[in-house]
Design a protein around this ligand. Structure first.
Ligand code: HEM
Length: 488
């Protein structure tokens, strides 16, 4: 695979690859026990970069740091303050944020396995070809590593062969990125749904869908060690600590596979119901045929067109794919000005992602190009086929689910917007009384509004429970070396 990012040797490989051939993986949650020793290890940690992807890569290591971790490593507060507010606050750091994310009731951070009461400092992601993980773990656990870190969590993963635990094909729809900067966002072409996004929606230091460079940590060029970092694109007097980095959102989501299929089995067409809740067939096939017009950023591979070359324009009432189906909520595939929005002011409001009241459909389904994420999750636990999961005499399963991971340049506008406005909210696309059928916590949200419906059904049980989570910064390699050297 040829790297597509310009500065591939500076970009952690996860940005370009989900390491699908490295089917063994684990996520180590680390606490800094000795800052000086931790910095020494980070200064030479063998991080796999996008430049490595042109050759055979049998193992990979990625390093991400939380705000608590940057602080524990001794990064000066003045530099820390340059990171985004939501990253600094943390996923579970504020009651308001928890409410918006749906992390209340059974999902409340107080009950999480990790990340609820205190955030891990470092996320170390290890990936290996079949049979290779044990050796990678052993080679990572050097004396230098142990001097710097305590492992406070060790999250295993399972290879479910491209399916998530409910049994659906996963990892199908992903945005593609215009690393070459050929496209100009915000032209008439964006009136139609597109799947090709500005690089700055993923990587810090590049123009985003607004044509601006997303806020990121910049330093005075005179700061010790700053010469390691590239100059900021818009201000040569400053150095860019963000460039080629991105924010990594991690959520451990336990799935009640038996509850899901037993609920579905109580209805005449169990698989049909499950497929409408997801919005795709078990095989991953979409519920809608490909659009007549090509979609920018989809294809030319016919498989890609078959799986991702559709929009919901021909299905405004959700007859083929329910308006509230998981994939339709997670990416409503609208262009900039979906039906009925006229006039420059209304269009401007739509374009920044906040539509007003009035028509009940004129809600938060604004243009999808500002709210996309790159998913890099891995499954954990046991596989159980739907018919066995639906049987009432099967033994309870060990905890099984998804280590949901996504990358984005702006956690608030991308991950948090999707999670809050599109998935958790009862007010979506004219719907009421329901939230995401897979992910909803079934608590009233916003205040007093029921969320346990789905179409004509009501009383949906909770199928997914949040068990942990945190926000991390996945730095560029130069930024990682700077953090290792400049702190203290
Ligand atoms: C256990 C939890 C989850 C399950 C079982 C699940 C399952 C799925 C499945 C089966 C698909 C369709 C296949 C694909 O396109 O890859 C999908 C798509 C997607 N999911 Fe999830 N998902 C979960 C959590 C989440 C979360 C937490 C988010 C975001 C906050 C999310 C965002 C998306 C997005 C953006 C898509 C692609 C939609 C599109 O572009 O058509 N998912 N998910």
């Amino acid at each position: 695979m040829t790297p597509r990012t310009h500065e591939a040797q500076d970009v952690q490989a996860l940005v370009e690859s989900g390491f699908s051939k490295l089917t063994e993986a684990c996520f180590l949650l680390l606490r800094v026990r000795d800052a000086a020793a931790a910095r020494v290890w980070l200064g030479t940690a063998p991080v796999t970069t996008a430049a490595d992807l042109h050759r055979h890569v049998p193992v990979a290591m990625q390093v991400a740091l939380s705000a608590a971790g940057l602080r524990a490593l001794g990064l000066p507060e003045l530099i820390l303050a340059e990171f985004s507010a939501e990253f600094l606050a943390g996923m579970a750091g504020e009651a308001q944020r928890s409410r918006r994310l749906g992390d209340v009731g059974a999902n409340a951070p107080e009950a999480w396995h990790w990340g609820g009461r205190s955030t891990p400092d470092v996320l170390l992601a290890l990936y290996a070809e079949p049979g290779g993980l044990a050796a990678l773990r052993a080679s990572t656990a050097t004396q230098a590593f142990a001097a710097g870190f305590t492992t406070i969590g060790d999250l295993p993963t399972s290879d479910m062969q491209g399916r998530e635990p409910f049994g659906f094909a996963d990892g199908i729809s992903q945005p593609s990125f215009d690393f070459a900067g050929r496209r100009t966002p915000g032209t008439d072409a964006d009136l139609a749904y597109g799947n090709l996004l500005a690089a700055g929606e993923l990587l810090l230091g590049y123009p985003n869908e607004y044509g601006r460079i997303t806020d990121r940590p910049l330093l005075d060029a005179g700061c010790p060690g700053a010469a390691l970092l590239p100059p900021a694109a818009e201000d040569a007097g400053r150095r860019d600590l963000g460039r080629n980095g991105t924010y990594l959102v991690f959520r451990q989501l336990a799935q009640d596979v038996q509850g899901f299929w037993r609920f579905a089995a109580a209805h005449s067409d169990a698989v049909g119901l499950a497929e409408t809740m997801v919005g795709r067939r078990l095989s991953g096939a979409p519920l809608l045929p490909p659009s007549a017009a090509p979609i920018r950023g989809v294809g030319p591979d016919p498989d890609d067109i078959g799986l991702n070359g559709f929009t919901y324009a021909a299905d405004p009432d959700g007859r083929r794919c329910p308006l509230g189906a998981h994939v339709r909520r997670a990416n409503p595939r609208t262009g900039d000005m979906p039906g009925g929005v006229q006039g420059p002011l209304a269009q401007a409001i739509r374009m920044i992602g906040f539509a007003g009241a009035g028509d009940p459909r004129d809600d938060l389904i604004a243009s999808s190009r500002f709210h996309r994420i790159l998913r890099r999750g891995r499954e954990y636990g046991r596989t159980l086929p739907p018919d066995q999961a639906a049987a009432t005499d099967t033994a309870p399963m060990p905890e099984t689910g998804l280590h949901f991971i996504c990358l984005n340049a702006n956690i608030q506008r991308q991950f948090e917007f999707i999670q809050n406005a599109w998935l958790a909210n009862a007010k979506f696309d004219g719907l009421s009384g329901e939230a995401d059928p897979l992910l909803g916590n079934r608590e009233p949200f916003p205040a007093g509004q029921a969320t346990d419906g789905f179409g004509r059904l009501c009383g949906l049980p909770r199928f997914v429970t949040v068990k942990g989570g945190a926000y991390f910064f996945l730095p560029g390699v130069r930024a990682l070396r700077f953090i290792a050297g400049a702190s203290g």
